[in-house]
Design a protein around this ligand. Structure first.
Ligand SMILES: Nc1ncnc2c1ncn2[C@@H]1O[C@H](COP(=O)(O)OP(=O)(O)OP(=O)(O)O)[C@@H](O)[C@H]1O
Length: 352
């Protein structure tokens, strides 16, 4: 803890206290999540270890970055990126209080960012399992989301399906409620609940007590959505909240959905508008290829995204058949190849 100066407590979870701290050397603000390991059972310790290991593996611009971890006085300290904008749960509560819906464009932009982050996790066979507005953090300007809290995420083997029941009840999928094996499709259900809540400012499945909530979930008894929600957005919610997980779309299906695609393109194209950070101290003699690897510029991005820009500039609406034949692999490649440049870009913008 010598390297960090405590500023204030920002929140408390089931396992620990989150401190806003300042790195004594860089002065950067970070979150240090302190978890008391004293008296912890072996199971609980393993749980924490898995959280730390997952955080180490997941490096993505739309996922809270893991920085460091250490133990001190029977406490495990996990150092992570600070999200100044708070949680999506807080935003939803604030909007509910002022009785003002979040514009659908903003909701779909957020939704697409979550999809991109989930795509990264699912491609690594990692299921979040606790996706909810409280675990989605934001930058100060509330333009960039970051998924957080991998405390109960579980890395899945390519073939096995785990079946432990953990999670906040309102966002649990029917298969988890019924103690059936879960997989990536369970996250898609939770994502449907998050989308519903962003559009409607109330939970998709709510009730007086746990059995009442579980009953609604397993029966798929979804609340009616308001007139302000477009049929396209309602269709997305309905697709995600299919009680039969086999009928739910997966992330790659949604990334090429005609409703999502324009947002995906805009997020990727946005990278090209970034000026290289002025704080860069590298010598100008650095090779062009190494510079291109580091900074997204108009020209580097144009090479990657010519097909996407074309689609965008001509205002073409992709048809389901064009999507099936060509767009899926293209978008998959685009998502994967942009990770490093996105990371730099979002790291830069995340503090805005
Ligand atoms: N990286 C972060 N940046 C800013 N605030 C954070 C960050 N991580 C956590 N917080 C704040 O601290 C609170 C507690 O977070 P924490 O992850 O400990 O618990 P939780 O997600 O509420 O529950 P759980 O115990 O199930 O993990 C969050 O609700 C959030 O307000």
């Amino acid at each position: 803890m010598d390297s960090y100066e405590k500023v204030r407590v920002v929140g408390r979870g089931a396992f620990g206290v989150c401190w806003l701290c300042r790195d004594k050397i860089s002065s950067a603000k970070v979150i240090v999540k302190m978890i008391n390991t004293h008296g912890m059972s072996e199971k609980e310790e393993k749980y924490i270890q898995s959280e730390v290991n997952l955080l180490k593996k997941v490096q993505h611009p739309l996922i809270i970055g893991y920085i460091d971890y250490f133990t001190i006085d029977n406490q495990l300290a996990i150092v992570m990126q600070y999200a100044e904008g708070g949680t999506l749960e807080k935003l939803i509560n604030e909007q509910r209080q002022i009785k003002e819906n979040i514009p659908e464009k903003t909701v779909l932009e957020y939704f697409t960012q979550i999809l991109i982050a989930l795509d990264h996790m699912h491609s690594k066979h990692i299921v979040h399992r606790d996706l909810k507005p409280a675990n989605i953090l934001m930058n100060r300007r509330k333009t960039i989301l970051k998924l957080s809290d991998f405390g109960i995420s579980k890395e899945l083997g390519t073939k096995s399906a785990a079946s432990t029941v953990i999670g906040t009840p309102n966002y649990l999928s029917p298969e988890i409620c019924e103690s059936r094996p879960y997989n990536q499709k369970s996250d898609m259900w939770s994502l449907g609940c998050v989308l519903f809540e962003l559009l409607q400012l109330e939970r998709a499945f709510d009730g007086e007590n746990l059995p009442a909530i579980v009953m609604k979930i397993t029966q798929g008894r979804l609340k009616q959505m308001g007139e302000h929600v477009t049929p396209e957005a309602k269709k997305l919610v309905d697709a995600l909240l299919k009680t039969n997980e086999k009928s739910r779309p997966d992330v790659t299906d949604l990334l090429v959905d005609p409703v999502v695609l324009p947002y995906l393109i805009s997020i990727h194209c946005d990278l090209g508008r970034l000026e290289p950070p002025t704080t860069d101290k590298r010598k100008p003699s650095a090779s062009l290829s190494s510079r291109l690897r580091t900074y997204p510029t108009q020209s580097t991005l144009r090479a990657h995204s010519s097909s996407m820009s074309l689609l965008s500039s001509q205002h073409l609406t992709p048809t389901p058949s064009s999507i099936e034949t060509g767009m899926k692999p293209l978008i998959k490649n685009l998502s994967q190849s942009r990770i490093s440049s996105q990371a730099r870009y979002h790291q830069h913008r995340f503090t805005e």
